[in-house]
Design a protein around this ligand. Structure first.
Ligand SMILES: Nc1ncnc2c1ncn2[C@@H]1O[C@H](COP(=O)(O)OP(=O)(O)OP(=O)(O)O)[C@@H](O)[C@H]1O
Length: 130
């Protein structure tokens, strides 16, 4: 007899069902990362602050686009970093220079995205306060 989990794990039939299921997996991934990663909670706070500042300063449509890209870039980099950390810990729980390199490079991607977001924040919001 099939195990109870087998039905749940079988991919749903039909294109839309599969698309909706994929979307659900992605949302579940963001939620799982948010629960486990302190950095992501900090990004969530920074996102709320940036949106609040944007509303307070009445920034333009183009400025909103830049802020949105900066926010999405940091979230995407941090989520990829979390995924790479997880797969690295799975593949190499013991010390290995390549595991360290993978984690360092993934962390570097987050650092670059964060620096870019900082530059966008300073350039967009700075003039409203100076
Ligand atoms: N298996 C490993 N082999 C070699 N070096 C590792 C290994 N695991 C971690 N490291 C080194 O330790 C650093 C920190 O790794 P860790 O897994 O603690 O991530 P972290 O920077 O604390 O990220 P987070 O706080 O998001 O969990 C890595 O960037 C890497 O240089």
């Amino acid at each position: 007899m099939a195990k109870p989990d087998a039905d749940r794990l079988r991919p749903p039939q039909g294109m839309w069902r599969r698309r909706i299921a994929s979307f659900g997996h992605a949302v579940r991934g963001v939620w799982a990362a948010l629960r486990s990663e302190v950095h992501l909670r900090f990004h969530a706070l920074a996102t709320v602050v940036a949106i609040g500042l944007g509303l307070y300063c009445g920034i333009s449509r183009l400025e909103w686009a830049l802020v949105a890209l900066a926010i999405a870039g940091v979230w995407a980099a941090e989520l990829m970093n979390t995924a790479i950390e997880a797969i690295t810990d799975l593949a190499s729980p013991d010390y290995h220079p390549l595991a360290g390199k993978a984690k360092d490079v993934a962390a570097g991607a987050v650092l670059l995205a964060a620096l870019g977001a900082l530059a966008v924040g300073l350039l967009v919001f700075g003039p409203h306060f100076i």
